[in-house]
Design a protein around this ligand. Structure first.
Ligand SMILES: [Zn+2]
Length: 258
C-alpha cells in the first residue's frame, strides 16, 4: 500500500473510531469480545468493507462469531489440550481464560505465536490435542491436503478440529463451483488478481468439506449463525458485508477423525 493510501486509511479509521461516535450518538452495534458500543464498526480490508473491525479490540466479523461459538461450546469441566494456528488475539484470550485449557499457539512466523510450526510438518506426536482451531490459514498453504492430514494426525481420536476458510460462490462475476487453484501463479500481484489476496494460493468453493473428507475427517457443518437471533447477528455484526460474502461465513466446520 502506498504511503498516501495508508495516511488516508489511518485518518478514516481515526475519524470513524473517535469522531463519528461523537456526531452519531446511536449505539447500534456492540462488540461481544470487549463490550465496545457505537454507531458502527470500522471499515476493513482491501475493499474497505463497512461495519467490520472493532476500534477497541480489533475483532472482525468472524472473530466475534468464533468468540460467541467458543463461549457456548468450550467445555469448562474437563482438562483439554488446545492447538491454535495463526492465533487471533481475541480468540487466544478466550482459550486462555479457561483454567482447564492447556493452550498452545503456533505460526510459521515465530513472532506471531508461542511456538514456530510448519502446518504441513508438525513437530507433535500423534494424538496430541483435544481441540485444534485453524481459521483462514489453509488458503495460504500450497499443499493444504498435507496440512489437513497433519492436523488429523495430531488430533486425539475423540478430538475436534475446527477448520475454517473463506468460501466463495463467485469471484469477479465468475461462478466458483469447484475450489480453484493454479500453482503457476506465484507473483503476489497476479495472486491478488486470481485469488483475491496477494498471499492466497486458491479460492475455496463449497467443496471444501470434500477435501477435508479426503484427508480422513468426518465433517459436520454447524450453521451456528442461524441459531442466533437476527437482532444479535446485526448488533454484533457477525456476517461480513462484501461482494464475496455468503452464508458459509456463518458456518463452523467441525472435523472429527473418521
Ligand atoms: Zn471489541
Amino acid at each position: 500500500m502506498k504511503l498516501q493510501e495508508k495516511i488516508i486509511k489511518k485518518t478514516d479509521d481515526l475519524f470513524q473510531a473517535y469522531v463519528y461516535p461523537l456526531i452519531n450518538k446511536k449505539r447500534n452495534v456492540k462488540c461481544p469480545c470487549c463490550g465496545w458500543t457505537g454507531p458502527r464498526f470500522l471499515h476493513h480490508g482491501l475493499e474497505r468493507r463497512p461495519n467490520s473491525r472493532c476500534p477497541k479490540c480489533d475483532s472482525l466479523e468472524r472473530f466475534r462469531l468464533y468468540y460467541l461459538y467458543l463461549k457456548k461450546t468450550l467445555p469448562a469441566d474437563k482438562p483439554i489440550r488446545v492447538l491454535h494456528f495463526a492465533p487471533e488475539k481475541i480468540i487466544s484470550k478466550v482459550f486462555m481464560s479457561y483454567p482447564n485449557v492447556d493452550y498452545l499457539s503456533v505460526d510459521i512466523n515465530p513472532a506471531k505465536a508461542m511456538q514456530k510450526e510448519d502446518i504441513t510438518n508438525l513437530s507433535f506426536a500423534d494424538h496430541s490435542f483435544d481441540l485444534i482451531f485453524c481459521s483462514h490459514v489453509l488458503e495460504h498453504i500450497p499443499d493444504d491436503r498435507k496440512a489437513m492430514r497433519e492436523i488429523k494426525r495430531v488430533l486425539k481420536p475423540d478430538g475436534l478440529a475446527i477448520l475454517l476458510v473463506p468460501i466463495m460462490d463467485s469471484y469477479k462475476g465468475r461462478k466458483i463451483e469447484k475450489t480453484y487453484e493454479d500453482f503457476s501463479i506465484t507473483d503476489p500481484k497476479q495472486r491478488e488478481m486470481a485469488f483475491g489476496q496477494h498471499d492466497h494460493v486458491r479460492i475455496y468453493a463449497r467443496d471444501f468439506n470434500e477435501r477435508l473428507e479426503e484427508a480422513g475427517f468426518n465433517v459436520t457443518i454447524d450453521k451456528f449463525v442461524e441459531s442466533l437471533s437476527i437482532h444479535d447477528v446485526e448488533r454484533y455484526a457477525l456476517m461480513p458485508k462484501n461482494s464475496f460474502a455468503n452464508e458459509t461465513d456463518g458456518w463452523i466446520y467441525c472435523c472429527r477423525r473418521s
